[in-house]
Unconditional design. Structure first.
Length: 110
């Protein structure tokens, strides 16, 4: 399987819709992501931010407030991240404000 190849990258994109979408609530979620999700082994890229308010073309999906983007070196790094206590803590502590969460995972070979 391509997922098992050592150079296969995993892109993990998460889009959060929030019950409280205030700037303060968005900032709290972003700060929590930086604290708990950014420094995992096997992460090649980490970023978290907010909806680009000015991009309003008909093709732009606009039903989220915060997005998380993590590129893993390989599937094993992704799997370790999913089970890591910091990732689990992030979910427990922040889930109460999540109206909806959509996860888009994809694989690619650089």
């Amino acid at each position: 399987m391509i997922e098992d190849r050592p150079h296969t990258r995993v892109a993990h994109m998460v889009y959060f819709s929030l019950h409280d979408a205030s700037p303060q609530a968005r900032a709290r979620l972003i700060a929590a992501a930086h604290e708990l999700l950014s420094a995992h082994d096997g992460v090649l890229h980490f970023s978290v931010g907010t909806l680009a308010e000015g991009l309003t073309r008909p093709v732009n999906v606009r039903d989220f407030e915060v997005s998380l983007h993590v590129i893993f070196e390989h599937m094993a790094a992704h799997d370790r991240y999913q089970a890591d206590p910091r990732h689990l803590r992030f979910m427990v502590e922040n889930r109460p404000n999540w109206k909806a969460v959509r996860v888009f995972d994809s694989i690619f070979t650089p």
